[in-house]
Design a protein around this ligand. Structure first.
Ligand SMILES: [Zn+2]
Length: 111
């Protein structure tokens, strides 16, 4: 299914297509603080406001976490190791009901 998403201030808008099956929380030091409900996607299209994104890296500096530099909302990330293409936050999607699906607990702290 195709989903549309945005940051809070609407300067960054994106679309992505995936089958909703595994809402995920991660236990790495960053995810523990940002509290995002993640989902792996093969691709993401930022069709508005790509230049409004900025990137945060930590630890081995390999993973990239892109968020809106105006409102601070996380949009997508690429992992420190090539275990998945992209992760988005289900919370940023316009219409996505995931609350009925059990959360997968990902051991990102081990990466
Ligand atoms: Zn924003």
């Amino acid at each position: 299914m195709k989903y549309m998403g945005s940051c809070h201030c609407q300067q960054v808008k994106f679309s992505c297509e995936f089958e909703l099956k595994q809402p995920t929380v991660c236990n790495c030091s960053y995810c523990s603080k940002r509290n995002a409900i993640l989902h792996i996607v093969n691709d993401i299209t930022v069709y508005e406001g790509e230049k409004e994104l900025t990137c945060y890296r930590f630890n081995k500096m390999k993973g990239a976490h892109y968020f809106c530099k105006h409102c601070g909302i996380f949009v997508y990330s690429t992992p420190p190791e090539p275990v998945y293409p992209y992760a988005i936050s289900l919370c940023t999607l316009d219409e996505c009901t995931w609350e009925h699906i059990p959360l997968l607990h990902f051991n990102g702290a081990a990466l």
